[in-house]
Design a protein around this ligand. Sequence first.
Ligand code: CUA
Length: 379
Amino acid sequence: GTALAAVLGVTLLSGCGSQQLLSIGDLSSGYNREVLFMSIFAIALSIIIFVGVSYALFFTVNKFREDKNTAEPAQFHGNNRLEIILVVVPVIIVMFLAILTVRSMAILNPVADTSTKIDVLGRQFWWNFSYPETKADAGGTVANGNEMIMPTKQDVALTITSGDVIHGFWAPNVGGQRAAMPATLKTWNVDTDRAGVYQGNCSQLCGGSHANMRYKVIALDQERYNTFLAAAKAYRAPEPAADSPEARGYETFMKGKSETGALACAACHRVQGTTAAGAAGPDLSFFGTRRTLGAGKWEAMTPEHWEAPDAKAELHAWIKHSPLVKPGSLMPTYDGSEYLAAGKKVKGGVLTDAEIDDVAAYLRSLKLPEEANYWNDTP
Ligand code: CUA
C-alpha cells in the first residue's frame, strides 16, 4: 500500500508543472486520447473473441471426449451455413475495425485551416523549427533550433522533412510520431491541453549520434504563446557594446579568423537581425534563451542558466571541439584537430580560449525579451 502510494505520489508530483516524462499515454493530447479510444476498442474486441473461441474449444473437447462417446460420432461432409458464418463474421469484425481506424485517421490527419503551422527540419544531428506564417521584421522567418514552441488547446500543423537521411519526429506527449524524409514533406498534427515542457526524440536510427538528437517541445497557453511570437517577430539580435567580449565574439562569429583557418559561425548558422543567414546548422537567433546545447546533449536547467560555471564550460567545450561532446557532430573544430566535412576528414581552424569565450559571450547575449522567455515558470 505504501509502495503504491509512493509510486502514485511520484506520478502526481511529476505531472505538476515540471517537465513531463516521455509518455504515449499522456491524455492531455487529443491525439493520444484518440489512440487510446482505438486501442480500447481493439483490445475489448480481442478479449471477447478470445473468450468466445476458448469457450467453444473447451466445450467441444469436453463434450466429444472419447471416454464419454463410445459410439462413432455423426459424420458431416461440409456445412454451408457454418462456412458462410465463419467467413462473414470475421469480415464484419475486420470491417468494423477498419472503419474505426479510417475514422481516427480522418480526425488525426492535418486540416488545412489549422491556425498554427510549424515547419520541422531534422538533420544529423539536430532539429530546426520555423514558423512559416510569421515573417520577422528583420527579414526571414521566425525559427528556433532544437526547442519547439507551440500553443496549447489547438491543433498545430507540422510539416516535417529531413535535410539528409531519414529521421523520426517523436514527441509522444503531444501526439504520435512521423518520419522525417529527405525531399519529402510530411504533415502531422500535434496538440496538448496542458502547458509544459515535453521531451522530443529522434525515433529513426540515423547515425552515430541518433541518441543525441533530442529536442524540447514547450507548450504555452495562447496568451503567452502570442507574447512569444510577437517578440520573436520583432526580434533583432542585440547590438554588442563597443569593445565588449560580445563585440569581439560577434566579429569572430561573422568573419571567423582567416589567419588561423577558423571558419565563420555565420556561414552555417542564422541569427535573426544580423547578416548571419547560414542554414547548414541550427538557427541560433535566441540561443541565450534556449536551455539546451547540442540538440539536448546538454541542458542548462539551473536558475543561473548559461551564466553558471558548468554551463559556460560546456558551451566552451562545444565551440572548441563539438565532436568530442557529441560524436558525429558535423560542426567544424576550433582547436586545430580534424573533423568531418562532406565525408572527408579536414583540419579545423584555431581560436584561442579567449576568442572562444568571446563567441560564447555573444551567443549568451542572444535573448528574447524577458516577458517572451518561453522557459518562464517552467523549472
Ligand atoms: Cu535522427 Cu535518429
